[in-house]
Write a protein that binds this ligand. Structure first.
Ligand code: ADP
Length: 258
């Protein structure tokens, strides 16, 4: 018998948006949102017109990352994205009360995502970065199918456990013919700011090795760093706050490699 046809990512695009890039992870807490925000800012620093859409219904972090807590204005049937650091930003967190979204089931997730794509006046964008909900369940799969994605960036820590989840993420996107743009190793190592000692808390290099094994590009590594955490918590991710820093350059290299 002929093999079953692969389900293509034949989903809807967004008028005026050239590329939609998903930033995904197999599990939560690996730094997917931090990476998505800094990657979007790094694209912006390259001169691109960039949007950031926070679809992480289980814990939207973009409002905190950008210090945005107001509700978007509505014009007719369209919502206006908020703006910060040159990015157009929409978050599921602007639309629901804190804590309510995490109990959503797949279909509700899907309709919220569709709304953020089609009922937001994104305008002309070169790239829309989508901070996906963590995991590789039905909601994520449906999303990957219904939205016309140019590709996916997978974020993982070097730990075996996170990597196993990342592998599932790669497999999920491959199943729906979304190109994997590559893997980022976050929390790759830690350098003591006082003595310079380098500690590999979660191991190191696991994501690079895994990327090679899966024949997927390795996009780069980001260390565990106090500045990355504090700038994010203070509402201006490091690429916006301190564009000249080593970490910001690392995000810039990742953006260039995508
Ligand atoms: P996810 O989106 O995968 O759940 P987040 O991006 O929200 O993960 O990150 C989880 C926590 O880890 C946040 O408090 C964030 O500031 C912190 N974090 C993420 N990446 C780094 C990093 N490279 N260095 C330091 N803290 C980080």
């Amino acid at each position: 018998a002929a093999p079953a046809p692969r389900q293509a990512s034949g989903g809807a695009g967004v008028p005026g948006v050239r590329h939609i890039i998903a930033v995904a992870s197999g599990k939560g807490g690996v730094g997917k949102s931090t990476t998505a925000a800094n990657l979007a800012l790094a694209f912006r620093a390259q001169g691109l017109r960039v949007g950031l859409m926070d679809a992480d219904v289980y814990g939207p972090s973009v409002p905190t990352l950008f210090g945005l807590h107001e509700k978007p204005e509505v014009e007719g049937k369209m919502m206006k994205p908020l703006e910060a650091h040159g990015l157009k930003i929409m978050s599921i967190g602007f639309l629901v009360e804190a804590g309510t979204a995490m109990i959503w089931r797949g279909p509700m997730v899907m309709s919220a995502l569709t709304q953020m794509l089609t009922e937001v006046s994104w305008g002309e964008l070169d790239v829309l970065v989508v901070d996906m909900p963590p995991g590789t369940g039905d909601a994520q799969l449906t999303m990957a199918q219904r939205v016309k994605l140019s590709g996916a960036v997978i974020v993982s820590t070097p730990q075996d456990l996170a990597l196993a989840d990342a592998r599932r993420g790669v497999a999920m996107f491959e199943r729906v013919d979304v190109p994997i743009l590559g893997i980022v190793e976050n929390m790759s190592y830690y350098c003591c700011p006082n003595c310079g000692h380098r500690a590999e808390l979660f191991g190191h290099g696991g994501a690079r090795a895994e990327a090679e094994r899966m024949k997927t590009p390795f996009l780069g590594e980001i260390p565990l760093s106090l500045e990355i955490r504090t700038t994010s918590d203070a509402g201006a991710p490091i690429v916006a706050k301190d564009p000249g820093s080593e970490h910001s350059k690392a995000y810039g290299r990742i953006a260039a490699a995508v």
